[in-house]
Design a protein around this ligand. Structure first.
Ligand code: OXD
Ligand code: MN
Length: 596
C-alpha cells in the first residue's frame, strides 16, 4: 500500500483502529483529511477528474458541483438499516435487529478487500460546536471522495476534530465502503454499545454521511439515554420580536414535511420587525442547563435539503444558501449547466437533462429531478443564520413543537396541558409517507417524535426517557402539536403555510411566555377565536375555523386507532401514555353525553 499522508495524530486507539480497518479493507492508499482549503481544492479536482462531480455554471453558481447517484441508490433504506444491540429487545420492536457478531461477520466479509484499488479517506469530524460539552467526535473511513466533500460541508471536519479529540478514546468509529452499489450488498449497521457504524453498498447521503442520521440520531439517541440528554430529529429556530426579545423553539417533523422551510421562515408583512433565525434545520441535541432549562445545539454545520419544492416563494433563505459552494445531487440540468427541479422559480425549461442523464422535454410525465434530489450547502451561506448557531452553550428552548402531515383530525395548533400530555403528542405523531425513504408514498404512518427510522434503541424506553426528563427540568419548555396540512372538504389545504406559520408561532411563543389565552379541549389548549393574529391575511375566516377545529368524532377514531400502535411499541410502552389516551377518550365521551 502506498501511504501518502502521515497520520496527523498520536492518538493510539485511533491509530490502532484505523490500522485494523486498513487490514480489512486493503485500500491502495490512505489519506487523512485536515479540512483545509488547499485540501478541498485537491479533493474537488480529483472528484472532477474521475467524473464523480461536475462543475456547474460558474457565473450563476460559483463553487457549486453536480453529482448523480446510481438510480438504485437515491434514498435512505430503512429495510436495510439495522440496530445491532446485544439483544433484540434492546433494539425494540420498531427497529431491524441483527446480532452484533453476525453483523460484524457479514459486513466484515463485504469489507474484506473492498478498497483494493481505491483510496481510504480518514475523515475526522465534530458533531456540534468545537469545544462544546454537548459535542461528539466521529471518524469516518470512506472510499468515497463525494462523502469526504459532503462531510466537509455537513460537519466541522479535519484538524479541528483531531485537536478536540486529543488522545481520548471517546469517538465514533464509522466505516463506509460504496462497494459496487448493489442493493443485495447494502447494509447500514449501528452498534450503539461500541459507538460504531458500518455502512456498505450505498453512496446516498442519508446512508453514508455517517455524522447525520447514523451518529447524530441513532447512536446519539442511545448515548442520550445513557448520559441523560436528548438527540432529536428537530429543527431549532430563534424568533426575535421588534423589541429584541429572543425565543428559541425546537420542532420535530417527519422527513420532507417542510422542516427546512420552517427553520428558515420569513415572517409575512404584517409581522414588521419580526425575524426568524435558523440554528439548525434537522437535528437538535438538548441538555438540561444549570438554570434548569433545556439547552440545544445543532450538531450539523450544513443543510442536506430536499431540492424539489424549494423556491424563492417557499424558502428564499434556502435559495440564497444554495447559490455558492453547494453540491447538488440528482437534480436536473439546464442547457447552460444550471440546476432545475420541480417547483423551482420561473418557467419550466423546454429541455433539460434529467436526474438520470437522459434528455427531458417540457410536458414529460416523468420528473426531471428525483423527488428526493438534494442540495448540500454550508450553514454559513444562510442569510438568516443565528449568531448563536455555533455557540458551545447552545440556545435555551422555550417551546417544542411536534408536527406531521395530516389531512384530517389534527388542528392547526394544540398546546399540551403538561409534560405527559406533550410526550403523548410526540409519541403519537402521525404523517403521510414521503419520498425521503424508499417505500409506498402517501399512507399515514405513526412516526413518534419523527424518530421512528432514527431511534437507536427500543421506542418504549425512548418514551420513558422523555417522560423522565421532566424531573430534571426546573423550567421545562412548553409542548405543542401543529398541522399545516389539514385539508377541507374540497381536498385543498386549509392553511396557507410557509411564512404565514409565523402567526401560529407567535401564539406558541405567547403561550410559552404565559401572556395569551387559549381554549381548553379534552386534548389540550387551542387558540380562542381572535387569539391568532390574522391581520393582513387574505383568507376566509371560516377556513381558519375549520383548520383549528377539534372534531370530537374524528378524535375518538384517532385515539381508538392508537390501541394497535401502542401494542406494536411492545412491553416497555409507558402505561402513563395509555392512561393519557384513555383520559382524553373519557373526556370526549363526557362532552358528547353533555351534547357537545
Ligand atoms: C433527512 C430525512 O434527510 O429526514 O433529513 O430523511
Ligand atoms: Mn431529517
Amino acid at each position: 500500500m502506498k501511504n501518502e499522508s502521515l497520520p496527523p495524530t498520536k492518538n493510539k486507539q485511533l491509530l490502532a483502529w484505523v490500522e485494523e480497518c486498513i487490514k480489512l479493507a486493503k485500500p491502495d492508499q490512505v489519506v487523512w483529511l485536515d479540512g483545509s482549503e488547499e485540501e478541498k481544492a485537491r479533493l474537488t479536482e480529483e472528484a472532477v477528474s474521475k467524473d464523480i462531480i461536475k462543475p456547474l455554471n460558474a457565473d450563476k453558481l460559483p463553487g457549486c458541483f453536480y453529482s448523480r447517484s446510481n438510480p438504485n441508490d437515491v434514498a435512505r433504506v430503512e429495510h436495510l438499516t439495522f440496530i445491532c444491540t446485544p439483544t433484540k429487545e434492546e433494539a425494540g420492536p420498531t427497529n431491524n435487529w441483527m446480532a452484533p457478531d453476525e453483523a460484524y461477520k457479514k459486513l466484515g466479509g463485504l469489507f474484506d478487500g473492498s478498497m483494493k484499488g481505491r483510496t481510504m479517506y480518514v475523515v475526522p469530524y465534530i458533531m456540534g460546536p468545537a469545544g462544546s460539552q454537548m459535542s461528539k467526535i466521529g471518524i469516518e473511513l470512506t472510499d468515497s471522495v463525494y462523502v469526504a466533500l459532503n462531510m466537509r460541508i455537513m460537519t466541522r471536519m479535519g484538524k479541528v476534530a483531531l485537536d478536540m479529540l486529543g488522545d481520548s478514546n471517546d469517538f465514533n468509529r464509522g466505516l463506509h465502503c460504496t462497494l459496487d452499489v448493489n442493493p443485495e450488498r447494502r447494509f447500514i449497521c449501528h452498534f450503539p454499545q461500541d459507538n460504531t457504524i458500518w455502512s456498505v453498498g450505498s453512496g446516498y447521503g442519508g446512508n453514508v454521511l455517517l455524522g447525520k442520521k447514523c451518529l447524530a440520531l441513532r447512536i446519539g439517541s442511545y448515548l442520550g439515554k445513557k448520559e441523560g440528554w436528548l438527540a432529536e430529529h428537530m429543527l431549532i429556530l430563534g424568533v426575535e420580536s421588534p423589541e429584541g426579545e429572543m425565543t428559541y423553539v425546537a420542532a420535530a417533523f417527519p422527513s420532507a414535511c417542510g422542516k427546512t422551510n420552517f427553520a428558515m421562515m420569513i415572517p409575512p408583512k404584517r409581522f414588521k420587525g419580526w425575524k426568524v433565525w435558523t440554528v439548525g434545520d434537522d437535528i437538535a441535541w438538548m441538555r438540561v442547563g444549570e438554570d434548569g432549562r433545556l439547552w440545544a445545539v445543532n450538531p450539523e454545520a450544513g443543510y442536506f435539503g430536499v431540492a424539489p419544492g424549494t423556491s424563492m416563494d417557499s424558502n428564499p433563505n434556502a435559495m440564497k444558501s444554495i447559490q455558492k459552494d453547494t453540491i447538488y445531487t440528482n437534480v436536473a440540468l439546464t442547457k447552460d449547466n444550471d440546476v432545475w427541479w420541480e417547483g423551482k422559480d420561473g418557467p419550466v425549461p423546454e429541455e433539460l437533462t434529467d436526474w438520470q442523464g437522459r434528455p427531458w422535454k417540457k410536458g414529460s410525465t416523468e420528473k426531471a429531478a428525483h423527488p428526493n434530489s438534494r442540495f448540500t450547502a454550508p450553514a454559513k451561506n444562510n442569510p438568516a443564520l443565528s449568531k448563536y448557531w455555533d455557540d458551545p452553550k447552545g440556545v435555551p428552548i422555550s417551546a417544542i413543537i411536534f408536527g406531521g402531515r395530516r389531512a384530517t383530525t389534527v388542528p392547526l395548533v394544540l398546546q399540551a396541558f403538561n409534560w405527559v400530555n406533550g410526550v403523548f403528542f410526540g409519541a403519537t405523531m402521525g404523517s403521510e409517507t414521503t419520498a425521503a425513504a424508499t417505500g409506498q408514498v402517501g399512507v399515514v404512518r405513526r412516526d413518534p417524535f419523527a424518530m421512528l427510522p432514527f431511534c437507536g434503541y427500543d421506542m418504549g424506553s425512548y418514551f420513558g426517557h422523555w417522560l423522565g426528563m421532566q424531573s430534571k427540568l426546573e423550567n421545562p419548555p412548553k409542548l405543542f402539536m401543529v398541522n399545516w396540512f389539514r385539508k377541507g372538504k374540497d381536498g385543498k389545504f386549509l392553511w396557507p403555510g410557509f411564512g404565514e406559520n409565523m402567526r401560529v408561532l407567535k401564539w406558541i411563543i405567547d403561550r410559552a411566555r404565559l401572556r395569551v389565552g387559549g381554549y381548553e379541549t379534552p386534548m389540550g389548549w387551542v387558540p380562542k377565536a381572535g387569539d391568532l393574529d390574522l391581520s393582513g391575511l387574505n383568507m376566509d375566516h371560516e377556513l381558519v375555523d375549520e383548520a383549528t377545529h377539534i372534531d370530537l368524532g374524528e378524535w375518538t377514531t384517532e385515539l381508538e386507532s392508537l390501541t394497535e400502535f401502542f401494542d406494536k411499541m411492545g412491553p416497555n410502552m409507558p402505561k402513563v401514555l395509555k392512561i393519557q389516551r384513555d383520559l382524553m377518550l373519557e373526556r370526549i365521551s363526557m362532552l358528547q353525553k353533555a351534547g357537545a
